[in-house]
Design a protein around this ligand. Structure first.
Ligand code: DAT
Ligand code: MG
Length: 139
């Protein structure tokens, strides 16, 4: 498997509920390395750029309201097959459909408030990492 980097967010629900530590523990136990990490407050404009694929969708405003309601913790994760590995660790978009033990099953409430974000493919990972991290922030 190829060494990959992916982009992860602990969303406002999971930050507010105090699950940052448990999520970082799950990442460390998976064998992936955290190459960048910061806590930020997203704005509507920044959210629109990040979720440009979804801006025209019916659920977008709900998504933006949620993602800007409080701080998030974002990370660059690195490892063999990290993109799929992190998606597997998160579980399905809708926590109701997520496998037991996944982060969205453990910490997500519903499809809107689902605790974590992960890039879905190499092109998204490259865009999302460069959107939020400067090169010097990724060790
Ligand atoms: P994922 O985050 O699993 O990549 P996505 O890219 O399809 O899922 O959607 C991005 C986020 O938008 C998702 O994590 C939660 C929200 N979302 C998606 N579909 C939704 C819906 N039908 N209703 C409300 N929120 C939704
Ligand atoms: Mg997605």
């Amino acid at each position: 498997m190829a060494l990959e980097r992916t982009f992860a967010i602990v969303k406002p629900d999971a930050v507010k509920d105090g699950h940052v530590g448990e999520i970082i523990t799950a990442i460390e136990q998976s064998g992936m390395a955290i190459r960048g990490l910061k806590r930020v407050q997203l704005t509507p404009a920044i959210c629109k750029g990040f979720y440009h694929e979804h801006v025209s969708k019916g659920f977008y405003q709900e998504l933006e309201d949620f993602m800007t309601e409080g701080p998030v913790v974002m990370m660059c994760l690195e490892g063999d097959g990290a993109i799929l590995k992190w998606r597997d660790l998160m579980g399905a978009t809708n926590p109701a459909n997520a496998e037991g033990g996944t982060l969205r099953k453990r910490f997500g409430a519903n499809i809107g408030r689902n605790a974590t974000h992960g890039s879905d493919k190499p092109e998204s990972a490259a865009f999302e990492l460069s959107y939020f991290f400067n090169a010097f922030e990724l060790g």
